[in-house]
Design a protein around this ligand. Structure first.
Ligand code: KIV
Length: 280
């Protein structure tokens, strides 16, 4: 049985912190799960760290579903949550319901995540009402990066902090089971975490959230375009990969690889010369 949304809510009640990581393929998700992460997000951050876009805006629902299927296939125990990408839930409630249903049925995930607060609360309520668990996402919402004017800290002054709090309350009221708080001041995240009964999962939101989420490539040191201040690299796998490729190149070039251990022989009775003796 996979982790359920109720398990995550119980963790909040028991003051047990919730560690989350993103994943985008079966192998990555397998390692995340086998380390003991209870819930994995197939984030639309894949647009940047997998597809090489500058933002998450170009990511399509078909692409998200493709990656969600890989992650679901590579795991057995974790709750898999899939981002609904840009403009797949803003046009109408019908569009949002149909797309959330596609994520559940075609992607095989256990929940969807949507960015926004007050302005999408009614849509969230509609989706939850048909039995699809929704995770909210407020503060810095990367799908709106062009409107926000960059990857800026949100809720820095008291007016904008009040807006972020209103957004979080509206999403809880709409029936979301948990909410991501991205790039907001730690004291604001603390207030929101204390006011909400659903778990808050922070990224760049300080230490007082009920859980934390990090992007797979950031956490492992695989993405070096830029390293956000809120990212802690727990490994430098990008460098380890480059070192391994250097060794491989050198060994291919000098003939050290493949050696006998990595090559195949033939049975004793087989001819040693297959070609070139002129006989059929
Ligand atoms: O897309 C994503 O990976 C996210 C996380 C950063 C929360 O939304």
């Amino acid at each position: 049985m996979r982790t359920t949304i109720l398990d995550l809510q119980k963790m909040k009640r028991n003051r047990q912190r919730i560690p989350m990581v993103t994943a985008y393929d079966a192998t990555g998700a397998h390692w995340v799960e086998s380390a003991g992460i209870p819930a994995i997000l197939v984030g639309d951050s894949l647009g940047m760290v997998v597809q090489g876009h500058e933002t998450t805006v170009p990511v399509t629902l078909d692409e998200m579903i493709y990656h969600a299927r890989l992650v679901v296939r590579g795991t057995k125990k974790a709750l898999i949550i899939q981002d609904l990408p840009f403009m797949t839930y803003q046009i109408s409630h019908e569009q949002a319901l149909a797309n959330a249903a596609r994520a559940m049925q075609e992607g095989g995930v256990g929940a969807v995540k949507m960015e926004g607060g007050v302005r999408i609360a009614q849509t969230v309520a509609e989706i939850v009402s048909v039995g699809i668990p929704v995770m909210g996402h407020v503060g810095l919402t990367p799908q709106s990066v062009h409107q926000i004017g960059g990857w800026r800290l949100q809720g820095r002054d008291s007016d904008s902090a009040a807006h972020v709090l209103d957004d979080a309350l509206a999403i809880q009221e709409a029936g979301a089971f948990a909410i991501v708080l991205e790039k907001i001041p730690a004291p604001l995240a603390k207030t929101i975490t204390e006011k909400l009964h659903i778990p808050t999962i922070g990224i760049g939101a300080g230490p007082y959230c009920d859980g934390q989420i990090q992007v797979f490539h950031d956490l492992l040191g695989l993405f070096d375009e830029f390293v956000p201040r809120h990212t802690k690299q727990y490994a430098t796998l990008g460098q380890a990969m480059e070192t391994a490729f250097h060794s491989y190149i050198a060994e291919v070039e000098n003939g050290q690889f493949p050696d006998a251990e990595h090559s195949f022989g033939m049975e004793e009775s087989s001819p040693t010369t297959l070609y070139g003796n002129g006989k059929q």
